[in-house]
Design a protein around this ligand. Structure first.
Ligand code: NAG
Ligand code: NAG
Ligand code: NAG
Ligand code: NAG
Ligand code: NAG
Ligand code: NAG
Ligand code: NAG
Ligand code: NAG
Ligand code: NAG
Ligand code: NAG
Ligand code: NAG
Ligand code: NAG
Length: 695
């Protein structure tokens, strides 16, 4: 069943190719459009829309009140009013980040591509003028809101375009806009994009191994240099220099010399540890950085706070089964702020930091021992800290936390860590630490939501990223229960369905002490990509997704623009391409991956196999050159030029292939010679390293 992939597709027969855009289908309030049960009665939308039936009715009333006697003009005005319902309304109504009263009207003829290259979208703005210029409109939306050049003063509620605009040129300067790569405009019919041919997937992903360490997180240094921070599950963070691709160099990381060592505070066990790190966007100036980890209140007195299982969410901690003799809420998830101040003349020069806590951003006691996500990430556009939290475990989310808008489990939170309220205010607001709530968090429109919540219905978001070229594409892997692993594009207030759905499949919980959520009461956003467990591991059915990145580096031009993700058990890596562009609809291909013949560190491969031995694929990382890294239990790998694996990529500039630099060590050279199986995989053999973060 590939149903999940089809659901998010914007498919419509009124197709106008209006170029690629930088943003997803989104409504003017930044929420994703919702799926409609039935067609709207007034506006011509029937599948997804930014209007519900109430708003459709309001538009109908507004239209009738305009009292337009001329039929052709009435029809044009109706289409313009209805653009509010268009799934692309955010983009149609927002120009240079200000909202307009009418959508951008296409004012140029757009050539449709390929098969339709002879067709032209007519100049809609010009049509509007020609059709309506002499027609009286009550409360015309075209009455100029501000003093705009060419606008005449309005004296009455009833106006013609010619009363308020001197000429078509003035009118179209105010309301027109051309569609182009990066924007859409309105041409009288629902905006949509034509399906184009899906470009064939790259031949393979070429990797080089540049480190032997096993890390869970990587965070590019905010100063833009060729450095990045790496952290491991035990609780250490290192600052490393990234060698230039093709130089033969390895990761400049000294394991014996961490940037900070938090192993005394971190509770490390198979399912616990330091889950993530984040460096403030202005770290180079303010030295602020953050660690997200688990702690044990029995071992560390400062590991204390409210339990996620409490009466607000119909959960009685005393009734929680105690795993391994642990107390209820013995383990916590915390986000702690540290500073690199004082160890160097300026934070960007710091190579170490003191492990003293500057501030506790967040503390929450965990009901069970698994699925507590923990990634932290600064939004590139808004500077807020996104905090990914799983459902807290227990199998099938027994307390239905993910759907409970009063619980922070199974959520993506969005916190402002730049504006810390007073202790009294934090108390009054019932916050879980030292942060404030961004005003435009979705609780302002859905008052049932806890104010921290940005999105809900997640099971265990494992690795989210923002597309560095299109920040509205905030994409997460969300691990499944028994059946399906998914990738979601996260939007404001979005409900990603878990425990009502596992991916596209309805989920039937075996126990429901915390109540249930009915299928009809939610409007879930289904995954854009995903796979059944059987697809990656036919024998055991074990699978756990690791979300990745939109590849934006120039290193592998055949990978550019594709979203890379994989499975923890390293059985597969996928590259997905959005098609049509700007639709939020993706096609994925499992792609082969190999090890570069000149890899600085040999890839631990074994005979009778075809792929490099990654072990467990914990995370992907991105550096300041937008190169993509794989953090696996066997080491750190970088995506490199395809020719280094003999993968053909016609876009690659093969003339610039560098010879392996002097940094290639004799040892790795010798091992390359002695091991003819560099392109081989080691199947997971070591159960001792079995990491059950996700099950
Ligand atoms: C693309 O749009 C044009 C114009 O509406 C339409 O005629 C054509 O059939 C569409 N192509 C596809 C592949 O849907
Ligand atoms: C969609 O349909 C279901 C049942 O058919 C109904 O319960 C629900 O209220 C409808 N939703 C909307 C938004 O009309
Ligand atoms: C939506 O509307 C279009 C055009 O009116 C129509 O062709 C299509 O079949 C409709 N889809 C559904 C699901 O009703
Ligand atoms: C329609 O949307 C408005 C605004 O978002 C909301 O207040 C209203 O409850 C919705 N009505 C229905 C029937 O869903
Ligand atoms: C609507 O237009 C008609 C003529 O087209 C006019 O007689 C009538 O007064 C108008 N009604 C309002 C409410 O403006
Ligand atoms: C509108 O009025 C102008 C000037 O009176 C006239 O030239 C033009 O033909 C009219 N347009 C329509 C569509 O009636
Ligand atoms: C005309 O505009 C005024 C002020 O905006 C408003 O109070 C009045 O109700 C409007 N009249 C009509 C018929 O819309
Ligand atoms: C369309 O409108 C924009 C904005 O006013 C203007 O810059 C552009 O030149 C117009 N294009 C045409 C073809 O008129
Ligand atoms: C670190 O230094 C910056 C710049 O001087 C300052 O703004 C910030 O408050 C300092 N932070 C701490 C925790 O001392
Ligand atoms: C890849 O290409 C290099 C250089 O052309 C060659 O030496 C090597 O044998 C090739 N490897 C494979 C596996 O084809
Ligand atoms: C290919 O690489 C060479 C050497 O770096 C460079 O001189 C040349 O301009 C590049 N060509 C293209 C098309 O990028
Ligand atoms: C965006 C895009 O694909 N543009 C193409 C449209 O078609 C013309 C000619 O048919 C191409 O030159 C463009 O590159």
């Amino acid at each position: 069943m590939e149903g999940a992939l089809a659901i998010a597709v914007v498919s419509c027969n009124l197709l106008l190719l209006l170029g690629l855009s930088h943003s997803l289908p989104l409504c003017t309030n930044s929420w994703a459009p919702s799926r409609l049960n039935t067609s709207l009665t007034f506006c011509p939308y029937n599948e997804t829309s930014c209007c519900n039936s109430t708003e459709d009715l309001q538009l109908q009333k507004q239209f009738q009140a305009m009292n337009i006697s001329d039929l052709p003009c009435a029809s044009v005005l109706k289409s313009i009013l209805c653009a509010r319902c268009d799934p692309y309304s955010a983009e149609l109504y927002t120009v240079d980040s200000s909202t307009r009263p009418v959508p951008v009207l296409c004012n140029s003829s757009v050539a449709l591509n390929s098969s339709q290259s002879s067709q032209q979208v007519n100049n809609f703005c010009s049509n509007v003028w020609d059709t309506c210029q002499n027609v009286s409109i009550v409360n015309s939306p075209f009455a100029p809101p501000l003093q705009v050049q060419g606008a005449l003063p309005v004296n009455s509620n009833v106006s013609k375009l010619t009363d308020t605009w001197q000429s078509k040129t003035d009118f179209c300067n105010a309301f027109g806009g051309a569609s182009s790569a990066g924007s859409v405009c309105f041409a009288g019919e629902p905006v949509t994009v034509n399906n184009s041919e899906v470009p064939s997937p790259p031949h393979g992903l070429c990797l080089e191994k540049i480190g032997n360490g096993s890390y869970l997180s990587m965070y590019a240094h905010p100063d833009g240099s060729n450095r990045a921070f790496f952290s491991n599950q035990e609780g250490k963070i290192w600052l490393a220099t990234i060698p230039e691709e093709g130089s033969g160099g390895t990761l400049g990381l000294d394991e014996s010399n961490p940037f900070i060592d938090l192993t005394d505070e971190v509770h490390y066990d198979t399912l616990f540890g330091m889950m993530s790190i984040a460096f403030h966007p202005k770290f180079a100036q303010n030295g602020r950085f953050f660690a997200s980890f688990n702690c044990d209140k029995v071992k560390w007195p400062e590991c204390t706070g409210r339990c996620a299982c409490n009466s607000d969410v119909k959960c009685d901690p005393s009734k929680l089964g105690t795993d391994n003799g642990a107390q209820p809420c013995q383990f916590h998830t915390v986000v702690v702020e540290y500073t690199a101040n004082g160890t160097a003349a300026q934070p960007s020069l710091a190579t170490s930091a003191k492990p003293s806590e500057v501030r506790r951003i967040f503390t929450m006691g965990l009901p069970f021992t698994s699925q507590h996500g923990g990634q932290i990430l600064f939004g590139p556009d808004d500077g807020y800290l996104y905090f990914m939290m799983g459902d807290g475990g227990g199998g099938g989310d027994p307390y239905n936390f993910s759907q409970n808008k009063k619980s922070l489990l199974g959520k993506i939170m969005r916190l402002n860590v730049d504006n810390i309220p007073s202790a009294a205010d934090i108390n009054k607001l019932g916050l879980w630490g030292n942060y404030s709530i961004p005003k435009d968090n979705p609780f302002s429109e859905d008052t049932d939501l806890q104010p921290e919540i940005w999105a809900l219905g997640l099971r265990n978001p494992w690795r989210c990223s923002f597309d560095s070229e299109r920040p509205s594409y905030f994409t997460c892997g969300d691990t499944g229960e028994d059946l399906y692993e998914e990738i979601d594009v996260i939007t404001k207030g979005g409900n990603y369905g878990w425990r009502v759905y596992e991916g596209p499949y309805p989920f039937n919980p075996t126990q429901t002490p915390g109540g249930n959520t009915s299928v009809n009461s939610i409007s879930p956003i289904f995954p854009v990509l995903g796979y059944n467990h059987s697809e990656v591991n036919k024998n055991e059915g074990s699978a756990s997704i690791t979300g990745g990145y939109f590849y934006r580096s120039k290193t592998d031009p055949c990978m550019y623009g594709r979203y890379l993700y994989g499975d923890l058990y390293a059985g597969a890596i996928w590259a997905a391409i959005e098609n049509p562009g700007n639709s939020g609809s993706f096609n994925a291909s499992k792609i082969p991956f190999g090890c570069a013949h000149d890899t600085p560190i040999q890839c631990n491969s074994v005979p009778q196999s075809t792929l490099p031995a990654l072990g467990y694929l914990y995370s992907f990382g991105e550096d300041n050159s937008k190169d993509i890294f794989i953090l696996a239990s066997k080491g750190v790998y970088r995506v490199v030029r395809p020719s280094r694996c003999n993968y053909t990529c016609s876009k690659e500039n093969v003339t610039s292939v560098a010879s392996p630099g002097p940094a290639a060590t004799p040892r790795s050279y010798a091992s390359r010679l002695s091991n003819p199986y560099n392109n081989l995989v080691l199947l997971v053999t070591s159960l001792s390293q079995f990491l059950l973060l996700f099950v």
